[in-house]
Design a protein around this ligand. Structure first.
Ligand SMILES: [Zn+2]
Length: 593
C-alpha cells in the first residue's frame, strides 16, 4: 500500500489547508489565528509552515493537517484522509480490504434514497404534480436539481423494496431512518411527499425532511423529518451549509433563516451565504459549525418575530459566543419569510435586504422606539428588559459601554441609573450559559514555576542555542529533570536549520516530541524584547531556579525519610541519608546569581 499520508503531505501546505477553514494572520515565521476549537479573543492558535504543524496554547489541541481536518470536520482519520487526498489530487488505492463501516453504508443508503426520490420527481407520473408545484413556488429546474429535491411515491414499500434490491438489510434501512419498524415488519417513512435531502457539511446526504403535496388527501404533519440516527442529529446540522460555506467565508457573514425553502430561494436569488436551522432553535453545536467560516451572523426577522423568545435566545447564544450579530429586516405585509419575499418582490429585492444588515442592537433599539411608550416609567422598564440581557451577553466591555450609553439616551435617563438597572435585569436568555473562555497563557518569561519554568528554558534554548552552548557546563552540573537536560543540550548542539527539519524533535526526545514542537512555535514570541546583555543572566537565573527547586524537593523527601528511619531506630540508614542530605545541601550553593 503506497504511503498516502506522506504523499499528501508533500503536495499540500498546512497553511493552505487551515486557511480553507479559518482566517489566519502571519506572525513572524508562523501564522496565528483565533482558535476554532475554543472561544477566545486573542489568538493563541499557531501554525508552523516549516514544521507543517499546528498548536493551540489555549486548549492544548495540536497536530498535523490530518488531525486538524479530523477535528474541524468532526470526522475520523479515514475520512480526513479521503478529503485531503481529494484536495491534493492523490488517488487512494486500497490493496487491503475496503473500509465499509456501518456509517459508510448508511451514507450509501441516503445517496441511493436521494437518487430514487429524484427519479420519481423527474420521471414518475405522480412526481409530475410535485414538480409542477415546485415550479409554481418559483423554483427553477436548476435549483431543484442543485438541492436534489425529490418525490416519495405514495406507497408503503416502494423505497424499501428498491433499497433491499440494492443489497441493504431491513435493519439497515430502519437504522437509516428511511423506514419505520412495526410488528416485525417495516414501512417507508416518507410517502406522497416532496423530499428535501439534508446534507452534512461535505454535501453527503444524511437525512430528509419531507413536505406534503398541497391538495393530497393525506392528512398528517405538514413536514416529516428523519429522526435521530447514527448519521443525523438535527441540532448539529445546518441546512444548506454544504453549499453556503464558501460564500459565507467569502462574504464574511452567514445569513440565518428558519426554513429549508428560505435557504433554497435565497440561494436561487444569489444570497448563497444562507443556511437554516430547519425547525430547531439555534444550538451551540450549530454555532460552532458557523464559527468555522465566519464570526458574523445575520438573523432574519419579519415584523412579528422580533419578540420571539427562540430567536432572542439564539441571538443571546451567538452574542455570548462572541459573534457579531446583525439583523436583516423583511418589511411589508404578510412577508413572513425570505421564500415568500423572493417570490413576491424578486431576487434583487431580497439581495438588497441580505446585504443591508444592521447591528442587532440598532434593530432592537429602533423597535423599542416604535413599539414602547418610552415616555412612561413602564415603557422604560420594558426597554431595559428587552435590551438589557443582550448587553449583558456581550463579551467586550467597550461594546457593553457603548450600548449602555445608547440605552440611556433611548430612555432619557441617567447612565449610571441604567447601568445599575442592567445589572439586575432578569436575564431571559439564561437558558444558555456563557461558555468558559480559557485564559490565554502569560507570555512573560519571569516568575515561572514548575513545568512553566521548564518550558521557558526550552523556548529560550530554541531562540538562543549559542548561549545555552556557552552555559553547557552549568547545564550538565545542574540538578534538573534529566529529560529537560538532554533536550537543552541537544538543542544547544543543533543549528537553526537542523531544528527546522520536521523530524528534529523526535530525535531530541521521542516521548514529548509534541510539546517541544509546540514550544518551538511560540519561542520567538516568548523571548521577544529581552536585551542581548541580559540574556545570559536570564538563562542562568532560570537554570538556578530549576536546580534549586528540584534540590529542595529532594531534600524535603530526604528529611521525611530520615525522620522515618529515626522512628525505626535504624542508625545506619539515618547516617546514610544524612550524608546524602549534606551533599544535596552543598549543591544548593552551585549557583551564585
Ligand atoms: Zn484552542
Amino acid at each position: 500500500m503506497p504511503d498516502h499520508v506522506a504523499d499528501i503531505k508533500s503536495r499540500l501546505d498546512i497553511v493552505d489547508v487551515i486557511t480553507g477553514y479559518i482566517q489566519i494572520q502571519r506572525s513572524g515565521v508562523n501564522f496565528k489565528a483565533r482558535c476554532p476549537f475554543h472561544n477566545e479573543k486573542t489568538p493563541s492558535f499557531y501554525i508552523s509552515p516549516e514544521r507543517q504543524s499546528w498548536h493551540c496554547f489555549g486548549c492544548s489541541k495540536g497536530g498535523d493537517m490530518f488531525s486538524f481536518v479530523q477535528d474541524i470536520e468532526g470526522v475520523e482519520f479515514p475520512e480526513a484522509l479521503r478529503m485531503l487526498a481529494q484536495k491534493a489530487g492523490v488517488t487512494l488505492e486500497y490493496t487491503q480490504h475496503k473500509l465499509h463501516s456501518e456509517k459508510t453504508r448508511l451514507l450509501d443508503i441516503h445517496e441511493r434514497g436521494t437518487k430514487f426520490f429524484e427519479a420519481q420527481l423527474w420521471n414518475g407520473n405522480a412526481g409530475s404534480r410535485a414538480l409542477a408545484y415546485l415550479r409554481d413556488r418559483g423554483l427553477t429546474d436548476e435549483t431543484i436539481r442543485a438541492f436534489r429535491i425529490g418525490y416519495a411515491p405514495n406507497d408503503w414499500h416502494a423505497l424499501s423494496t428498491y433499497l433491499t434490491s440494492c443489497g441493504y438489510t431491513r435493519q439497515e434501512i430502519i437504522a437509516s431512518g428511511l423506514a419505520v419498524p412495526k410488528e416485525g415488519r417495516s414501512y417507508d417513512r416518507f410517502r406522497g411527499r416532496i423530499t428535501f435531502p439534508i446534507a452534512d457539511v461535505n454535501g453527503r446526504m444524511i437525512a430528509f425532511t419531507a413536505r406534503v403535496l398541497p391538495g393530497t388527501d393525506d392528512v398528517g404533519a405538514k413536514y416529516i423529518n428523519t429522526p435521530q440516527t447514527a448519521l443525523y442529529d438535527k441540532g448539529s446540522v445546518l441546512f444548506g451549509l454544504d453549499k453556503a460555506r464558501l460564500a459565507i467565508r467569502h462574504e464574511g457573514s452567514c445569513v440565518l433563516v428558519e426554513g429549508n425553502m428560505d435557504v433554497i430561494m435565497s440561494h436561487q436569488a444569489g444570497a448563497t451565504n444562507t443556511v437554516a436551522t430547519s425547525g430547531t432553535a439555534l444550538t451551540p453545536q450549530q454555532l460552532k459549525l458557523i464559527h468555522r467560516y465566519t464570526q458574523t451572523i445575520d438573523f432574519c426577522f419579519d415584523a412579528d418575530q422580533a419578540g420571539e423568545q427562540a430567536l432572542r435566545r439564539g441571538i443571546g447564544l451567538a452574542l455570548a459566543q462572541e459573534f457579531t450579530v446583525r439583523a436583516l429586516r423583511l418589511s411589508g405585509e404578510h412577508m413572513k419569510d425570505p421564500a415568500d419575499y423572493v417570490r413576491e418582490h424578486g431576487n434583487e429585492a431580497w439581495l438588497a435586504i441580505a446585504k443591508d444588515a444592521q447591528p442587532i442592537m440598532d434593530f432592537y433599539i429602533a423597535r423599542a422606539e416604535v413599539a414602547l411608550p418610552l415616555a412612561t416609567a413602564d415603557g422604560k422598564k420594558q426597554a431595559l428588559a428587552l435590551l438589557g440581557p443582550m448587553i449583558r451577553r456581550m463579551t467586550s466591555r467597550v461594546e457593553q459601554d457603548h450600548w449602555t450609553k445608547r440605552v440611556a439616551q433611548l430612555v432619557r435617563s441617567d447612565e449610571s441609573a441604567v447601568r445599575a438597572d442592567l445589572a439586575t435585569v432578569r436575564d431571559d436568555l439564561e437558558e444558555y450559559a456563557r461558555p468558559e473562555v480559557p485564559a490565554t497563557p502569560a507570555a512573560a518569561p519571569v516568575a515561572l514555576r514548575g513545568s512553566a519554568l521548564d518550558d521557558a528554558l526550552l523556548t529560550f534554548a530554541f531562540v538562543y542555542p549559542a548561549i545555552v552552548a556557552t552555559e553547557e557546563p552549568m547545564v550538565t552540573k545542574a540538578t534538573i529533570d534529566p529529560v529537560l537536560r538532554d533536550a537543552l543540550l541537544a538543542i544547544a548542539r543543533s543549528t537553526p536549520e537542523s531544528l527546522r527539519a520536521p523530524e528534529a524533535f523526535s530525535l531530541i526526545d521521542p516521548e514529548s516530541r509534541f510539546s517541544l514542537d509546540a514550544l518551538y512555535m511560540r519561542a520567538h514570541e516568548v523571548w521577544d524584547g529581552v536585551s542581548e546583555r541580559e540574556l545570559p543572566l536570564f538563562f542562568r537565573a532560570m537554570l538556578a531556579r530549576a536546580h534549586t527547586e528540584l534540590v529542595r524537593s529532594q531534600l524535603r523527601d530526604l528529611e521525611s525519610a530520615i525522620r522515618d528511619a529515626e522512628a525505626r531506630t535504624n542508625a545506619e540508614e539515618v547516617q546514610l541519608l544524612a550524608g546524602r542530605a549534606a551533599s544535596l545541601t552543598q549543591q544548593l550553593a552551585l549557583f551564585t546569581v
